[in-house]
Write a protein that binds this ligand. Structure first.
Ligand code: HSE
Length: 440
């Protein structure tokens, strides 16, 4: 049997501890499958004395990720520290500069430094693997980077944040508050260290920017994404969506348009009978539409220790199985030096259906005025309903819910601005975009 592959792991949180446990429990199977043993030879984490329920006996301890990356006797540096800057960035750079292979689950790091790191890895002839960075256990990176080569991709979209999907599902099914659902997601180890990254949509945006580059061959453009999180979604929206035959999901969508690439992350209404609408809890889903294959939908566990560790382990096993000096698949699917500049489509040009919920004063002519403002902006309505809210408010408010046929973001913004100027609106209007799978 060939020499063992020596790995060093930086970060022993939920994912790191799961990874150590799995590698130790499956050492014989892994050695047989990979043709060589996988040995954990070095680790680092914030607290040396914390009980993580794993055996670190015989493994060299380093005080910082940077030190481990620079000095440990390893073949592969596994970065599970998190964050786009600081120790994660410095240690990955040090490892790549040394010519080590790197495996990371760090979407923020790749979103901001992925191209620079891909160039170094490609120059050094080493591997930079990151399957766990997007959609947890779903092998979407490999699908885009390798299996779909030759396909021209038109749209890629999905549920990429387990915490948000868990919250939206629990609010709908159990009627629990947003705060209670978030606390439970944190307890289960799904959420980011700062959960604002989950619920404000940044985590989905980081993941989407990586998929966009793999799909379209452009430079990663993580800051050029239209972004709305789920903090504004109420039980009322979820119920109204359900009454109209939709469910609300936080989607990341990247789409090729005539004017460039549209990248957006926002709460989205999806038809209740679509497969993606049935994806509940921490489960993720990624749909890829392309010319040769048609629609590919991948569904699976999106967050948590084992789901993420499964992808990290797959990346390590790929390195163990690879031949030294072999031709490498480009890190981002296209040679890093050949990535095109990102051409951004303006959000105002986005075309699709919209759900609009307005709380209005109960006055004569309001309903007609809303319909008129829509017509003035060439917005065709699929439905418009009015509901009394007298049970909710002593001031005789009404709720008007509109669903539009396909229109533009620009028309909707203009119509909503006109309605705001009429003086009968109570609070802010709620606007949720509708996304339809290809088969609809
Ligand atoms: N916080 C992330 C999520 C973890 O909830 O999906 C996986 O990237």
């Amino acid at each position: 049997m060939a020499d063992a592959l020596k790995i060093g792991i930086a970060g022993l949180g939920t994912v790191g501890a799961s990874l150590v446990r799995i590698i130790q429990q499956k050492s014989n199977e892994l050695a047989a499958t990979c043709g060589r043993p996988i040995n954990i030879t070095a680790v680092t984490a914030r607290d040396k004395n914390k009980d993580r329920g794993i055996n670190l006996g015989g493994i060299a301890w380093f005080d910082t990720p940077e030190e481990l990356a620079a000095k440990a006797d390893i073949d592969v540096f596994v970065e599970l520290v998190g964050g786009s800057e600081g120790a994660a960035k410095a240690s990955v750079k040090a490892a790549l500069d040394r010519g080590l292979h790197v495996v990371t689950a760090n979407k923020a790091l790749l979103a901001y430094h992925g191209v620079e790191f891909a160039k170094i890895a490609e120059e050094k002839g080493s591997l930079l693997n990151f399957e766990a960075a997007v959609a947890g256990g779903i092998p979407v990176i490999k699908a885009l980077r390798e299996s779909l080569t030759g396909n021209s991709i038109s749209r890629i979209y999905g549920i990429m944040n387990g915490t948000c999907n868990y919250i939206l599902t629990k609010m709908e099914k159990e009627g629990l508050s947003f705060a209670d659902c978030l606390a439970e997601a944190q307890r289960l180890g799904y959420a980011e260290a700062d959960p604002a990254f989950d619920i404000e949509g940044n985590d989905t945006a980081h993941k989407l920017s990586i998929l966009t580059t793999l799909a379209f061959g452009n430079q990663i453009a993580a800051d050029d994404i239209y972004l709305e999180g789920i903090t504004n979604i109420s039980i009322e929206d979820i119920r109204a969506a359900s009454d109209l035959g939709y469910r609300i999901k936080l989607l990341g969508v990247a789409q090729r348009t005539d004017t460039g690439i549209e990248q957006r992350v926002h709460p989205t209404m999806v038809p209740v009978d679509s497969v993606i609408a049935q994806v509940d809890g921490v489960t993720n889903a990624v749909a890829i539409e392309s010319d040769i294959l048609g629609e590919l939908l991948m569904v699976g566990p999106g967050a948590g220790g084992n789901a993420t560790a499964s992808s990290v382990l797959g990346d390590i096993a790929d390195i163990a199985k690879s031949q030294p000096g072999a031709q490498r698949v480009p890190v981002l699917g296209h040679p890093a030096k050949a990535l095109e500049p990102y051409r951004k489509a303006q959000m105002q040009s986005h075309e699709g259906g919209y759900f609009i919920r307005l709380t209005v004063l109960d006055r004569t002519g309001v309903f007609a005025s809303v319909a008129t403002r829509m017509a003035e902006n060439q917005i065709s309505l699929e439905s418009i309903v009015q509901r009394s809210q007298q049970h909710l408010s002593p001031s005789h408010h009404q709720t008007i819910i509109l669903v539009t046929h396909a229109t533009t973001e620009d028309s909707v913004r203009k119509a909503v601005a006109a309605i705001k100027g009429e003086g009968y609106l109570v609070g802010e209007p709620q606007v949720i975009r509708i996304e339809r799978p290809k088969e609809d």
